[in-house]
Design a protein around this ligand. Sequence first.
Ligand code: ATP
Length: 512
Amino acid sequence: MQQKEDNLKDVISHAKEYGFVFPSSEIYDGLSATYDYGQLGAELKNNIKSYWWKSMVQMHENIVGIDAAIFMHPTTWKASGHVDAFNDPLIDNKDSKKRYRADVLIEEHMEKYNQKIEKDVAKGKKRFGDDFDEVQFLATNPNVLRNKAKIDDIRERMRVVMEADDMEGIYTLIMDLGIVCPISGTKNWTEVRQFNLMFSTELGSVAGDASKIYLRPETAQGIFVNYLNVQKTGRMKIPFGIAQIGKAFRNEIVARQFIFRMREFEQMEMQFFVRPGEEMKWYEYWKEARMKWHQALGLGEENYRFHDHIKLAHYANAAADIEFNFPMGFKELEGIHSRTDFDLKQHEAHSTKKLQYFDPELNESYVPYVVETSIGLDRMFLAVLSTSYKMEDLEDGKQRAVLSLPPALAPYKVAVMPLLRRDGLPEKAREVLDLLKYDFNCSYDEKDAAGKRYRRQDAIGTPYCIMIDHQTLEDNTVTIRDRDTMGQERVAIDELNTIIGKKVSMKALLKG
Ligand code: ATP
């Protein structure tokens, strides 16, 4: 675990050093848990967005995308339940004065037992090698069974108190489990209180409740209130989806772990409108489709797992997370929720407008059910960045930092370099650059020795470097160097487009 946490520190400093992510307003010592994406971060982020948008919208005839405003009529949030129910239980430790989400404290406590189980499995594997039967071990080992029983017991107690919004019950559970503050090490806790996560502000110059509006805590509601506009103007037939990428804001009790949990973040959400009764079929479909989207990136199948929700949100009848193995361990990356007809029915009631769909096949009108996929763009960014970042030992005893980003997501696809800054090589290199820049985001680099330039491109994840040398002037060939193998090959300039295009295209990812 320590090694993984160190990895997070390294990733944060690498992200800053190379212009991926900066602390926000750094010249004023920053603003807690707020970050700005730098010149390379913006490129990586855009590529992730593009991969998602293409896969959702371009690859599905029945999904379209919109871009709704952040501000919405305040009744939206009354209808959606966010004014009354978008709360987290918070608790303070009186000695350290630190504030925590009470449910997270309990979940982290449960995770300790999980880690014990993982340790026992690792020990077993080491001892018995190929003869080790993990399934049988998990089913019979007394230590594992004892820890599993503890987890099940806590999970059940937590489910009961969370579902009942029983703040005293949550407090009792924390005390019973003997959970201590990670900073002060004491159990000197305050009572548990509900805390609403929505940011509010005032519209125009009139203060007071009448003009109170909220920064949206999720992008989904912009889709719900527009669902009939889109359905009618786009002549959409159920089942169909509406996708959106945009900012969301939550006044998180504890925002931390770099860009994992921020108060301002970006979501990529898709609401899929289906016939009532067919939602579980589509829920399963989207769980699988979303997992495939992740796996296609090649960050390692073992880094993903599903996690079913203990407490369902106020709108859901089924919900699962796709968890990713972040430097802090397995945490939620994406949620797939079956939201029933809750939101649309609520908006019908509060707006007094009919939000029904006429189904020509059934010859009847109904309020559709909704299955949602919701992924945090910033968390996806962290997943990609932290998994791609590596320090590699080289043959000459030195080390290199390399970002083995999926080529389709890399900020620059190719770096074009003249070997020397004379003899007409820079001019020739610019010719090559002009040839490639319409298809690929290219970097031009002529400063420092070749080796140093290669290292710089490795560190920002550029899949290919192209070197223009004296031979290029004679026969129009260049060397092309591969980021991952560091192997170099001599190829004709005419072939470059095809070679690079094959490696960095999103097509292979989209085909899955
Ligand atoms: P968590 O349990 O981690 O608070 P959540 O279950 O409240 O997350 P959802 O409401 O399902 O999250 O939001 C969908 C996605 O938005 C999440 O899977 C996550 O990737 C992203 N997300 C939610 N809150 C934040 C945040 N504060 N910072 C960054 N991303 C977030």
